[in-house]
Design a binder for this molecule. Structure first.
Ligand code: NAD
Length: 272
């Protein structure tokens, strides 16, 4: 990861669920842009501290702060924002990344599995976006750091568009997130808030280890990816850093698919 012109200097970013996987790559990429970064975790403090240590020891990066909090709990989210504002003064960028996947066939899905995925992947995104918007509106414009009042980046999935048998709770949470993101844009764009999503395809993390850790699983997966490689967390980190910066200032209310072409119906590549 290289310094990219300090395009996020003097800005503070909260990245939820950033002790591992895609979130940790996003936290590092934003740090490399010169931002201060809040590394939020739910359980794994040691991993979160490793990410923070990496940021703090990189001369190009801003400062890192490790904060615990479950995004599906309103009190935790309020506390996450309060502690961030107490420490850094404000919040400029929210990357709502935390997510879970609990798979069952629909007719076998316990209500708890449905609720848990919706609570984290959709309600958690709402709670974090709400606190971010409250802070953006309270703080007002800072023209010396950004042309926008604030930026929200939801980490969605190709499954906001592609239906997913056996994963209907996950697909419903990401489908709901698409309209949450678009509605936030419609409601707050005139206040100069930008709200977008990144929709990753298959990225090599813990969430899908069962698939990529076997040869057969990987072969099946690559059939779904026209670009013929699995994504890595850095693929998402780089896009998040750019999307948080003024380089993408006129992008608002959009999902950016980072998926090696997965949404281009690869099953039809040999005439269906
Ligand atoms: P991961 O399991 O490695 O990371 C998820 C992170 O979220 C973990 O750090 C976990 O501790 C945290 N988390 C879970 N519940 C939380 C809660 N209630 N409060 C705070 N943190 C919580 O998986 P990942 O692949 O890095 O997933 C990150 C995001 O990317 C998720 O929203 C996921 O849906 C999305 N995504 C991943 C892929 C992929 O292929 N890996 C594809 C599309 C979308």
């Amino acid at each position: 990861m290289k310094n990219n012109n300090k395009r996020l200097e003097n800005q503070t970013c909260i990245v939820t669920g950033s002790s591992a996987g895609i979130g940790s790559a996003i936290a590092k990429a934003l740090g490399c842009g010169g931002a201060n970064v809040v590394v939020n975790y739910r359980k794994s403090k040691a991993e979160a501290e490793e990410v923070a240590h990496w940021i703090d020891n990189n001369a190009d990066c801003g400062e890192a702060l490790v904060l615990k909090g479950d995004v599906s709990k309103e009190e935790d989210v309020k506390n996450l924002f309060k502690k961030t504002i107490d420490h850094f003064g404000t919040v400029d960028v929210l990357v709502a990344n935390a997510g879970v996947q609990i798979d069952h066939k629909l007719h076998e899905m316990p209500l708890e599995a449905w609720k848990k995925v919706i609570d984290v992947n959709l309600t958690g995104q709402f709670l974090c976006a709400k606190e971010a918007i409250i802070e953006f509106l309270r703080r007002g414009m800072r023209p010396d750091v950004s042309k926008s009042l604030g930026k929200i980046i939801h980490i969605s999935s190709v499954h906001e568009e592609i239906p997913w048998a056996g994963h209907s709770n996950y697909a419903a949470s990401k489908g709901g997130l698409l309209l949450l993101m678009e509605s936030i844009c419609q409601e707050y764009a005139s206040s100069k808030i930008r709200c977008n999503s990144i929709a990753p395809g298959a990225i090599k993390t813990e969430i899908n280890k069962e698939v990529w850790s076997s040869k057969e699983g990987m072969e099946q997966l690559l059939k779904l990816i026209p670009y013929k490689r699995i994504g890595v967390p850095d693929d998402i980190g780089k896009v998040a850093s750019w999307l948080a910066s003024d380089e993408s200032e006129y992008i608002n209310g959009t999902s950016i698919f980072v998926d090696g072409g997965m949404t281009c119906y690869p099953g039809f590549s040999s005439n269906g």
